[in-house]
Write a protein that binds this ligand. Structure first.
Ligand SMILES: [Zn+2]
Length: 242
């Protein structure tokens, strides 16, 4: 396949790679990178690629010993699933009177364009503390702060997640662009770093405009460039250290 580099970006990281030295990038398929391949999952209760699933289970067991029940709210997500979410939001915003460009900007505050979700890779999880009572929406920033139900989980993750290979992509750093802070979303770095590296070699102009995608005509080169630089690459620098 003739793959072109979508954009030449300066990642601007001078330090030595964190994981990639001992884990050289593999030739990941385009299908896998876009969530269009059915991924073999570690377990039903841990919907992640095997290697990430094993590491997650170790972390879960360690936390359990301290009374924290790390529970996955969302793990692997397919392209089709993301497309259904996207199309539903696009249609609702359109009905509410948004122009196509306004619509795209509105959706990408919180949701990803199908084919660009890190959840497609089987290396990402959204998590909560299952030992706490659930009331309404669980993935809210305030629930992970101070006296929130997931504050203890968050503190534990701050201290231990990196030991197991898990990192926050969407950190609280105000300098970071793209998606808002997500204290619940963790990425298994030994897998996601080489996957992102392979991802940067895709021609997003070609692969993202698929049949049946709402708003695909509004996905201009300018929009995709903006989205790539701010949203796809707007993550914790440790996770793009390749
Ligand atoms: Zn997530």
């Amino acid at each position: 396949m003739n793959r072109r580099v979508f954009l030449t970006t300066s990642i601007g990281l001078a330090s030595a790679p964190l994981w990639s030295q001992s884990h050289p990038p593999k030739p990941y398929s385009t299908d896998l990178l876009l969530g269009q391949k059915t991924l073999k999952l570690y377990k039903t209760s841990i919907p992640l690629a095997k290697k990430a699933g094993r590491a997650f289970e170790k972390m879960q067991n360690a936390a359990r010993k301290e009374g924290i029940e790390i529970q996955i709210v969302s793990g692997y997500r397919s392209y089709e699933r993301q497309k259904a979410i996207w199309n539903r939001k696009f249609k609702a915003n359109k009905t509410a009177g948004y122009s196509d460009q306004e619509n795209l900007k509105k959706i990408i505050e919180y949701s990803t364009l199908p084919g660009t979700s890190r959840h497609h890779w089987g290396a990402e999880v959204d998590l909560i503390d299952g030992s706490q009572p659930k009331n309404g929406d669980v993935l809210l920033t305030e629930k992970f702060k101070e006296k929130g139900p997931y504050a203890v989980l968050k503190k534990w993750m701050d201290e231990h997640a990196n030991t197991f290979g898990f990192y926050l992509p969407y950190t609280e750093n105000p300098q970071r662009k793209g998606f808002y802070y997500e204290p619940w979303h963790y990425s298994y770095a030994p897998l996601s770093i080489p996957l992102l590296k392979a991802y940067t070699e895709l021609d997003l102009n070609q692969v993202l405009k698929t049949e049946g995608l709402e708003g695909k005509h509004a996905l201009t080169t300018d929009f995709l460039q903006y989205y790539y630089q701010n949203h796809i690459m707007g993550i914790n620098p440790l996770l793009k250290n390749f």
